[in-house]
Design a protein around this ligand. Sequence first.
Ligand SMILES: O=C(CN1CCCCC1)Nc1ccc2c(c1)OCO2
Length: 322
Amino acid sequence: QDGSATAVPSDGVEYLVSTVVGGQTLDLDFDTGSADLWVFSSQLAASSRSGHAYYTSSKSSTYKALSGYTWDISYADGSGASGNVGLDTVQIGGTTVTNQAVELAKTVSSTFVSDASDGLVGLAFSSINTVSPQQQSTFFDNAQSSLDSPLFAAYLPFNADGAYDFGYTDSSKYTGSITYTSVDSSNGFWEYPSTSYKVGSTVHSLSGYTGISDTGTTLILMGDSAVTAYYNQVSGASYSSSQGGYIFPCSATLPTLSFKIGSTYATIPASLLNFGTASGSSCFGSLQSVGSGSQNIYGDVFFNAYYGVFDASGPSFGFATI
Ligand SMILES: O=C(CN1CCCCC1)Nc1ccc2c(c1)OCO2
């Protein structure tokens, strides 16, 4: 059944959604860049669980263990988690999936311990789910047959409560029309060509590049050529190894950044490109380097400006101004 769940901004780093797993409520990070639904569990060391809600399978009347099944995930930022697997009922807003693969953490890396989320809901394609010996389906894949339309949408306004809509798009959450582009899911991501960008009004080519819509990533991460071109237009900007990225004087005037999603430019306003104080009078940029490769990562800062629609029919990705 269609439904909407509130997404609450946490530390400006992520948006958390209250989710019920086997009758137990956890605040989970919805990540369109991965495909594992995993939770902090009673199997974690107490030191790793501190500060977190966690799932205890023995307290769920609907839990079914998948004997011998394991999972082990590593994310591009170097974090990771691993454990074992069972099935249980998962409720997100008005949408309920029975027999959802729930991945119980036995280990989590330090960033997750210090992070606010109690686990993740992966909303990328099930082809990159890490469960072995049999790969499992995402919540969205399992929910699709019960939805009016096989889609979900992310509404993540800056510093305000947002929502994930399942089965429908909500016209009260965006203005104008939704522009769609075909998605190439061969890498398991919501990925599409992204072959040009603009710094202010100056157009640059990004031949061969793609973009990935990734609600699990906070910032906008692009190739070094784009990042250099952008900060060359920001007075006093520099790369700070201690801060781990580009910083600039908080008083600097920032140009807008636009990038193509398929054939249509999305424009990020200057206000969203200042991620906030790094230290003293230096501010940290919302645009940072993705490192190597030709895949740009369009994270929450993008969704602060655009309602994002993830449509499995096609598949396609659509966006509309918030
Ligand atoms: O790793 C992530 C997001 N990840 C989502 C799940 C929780 C932990 C953080 N994003 C990311 C994506 C591409 C990158 C990168 C980081 O660093 C360099 O390239």
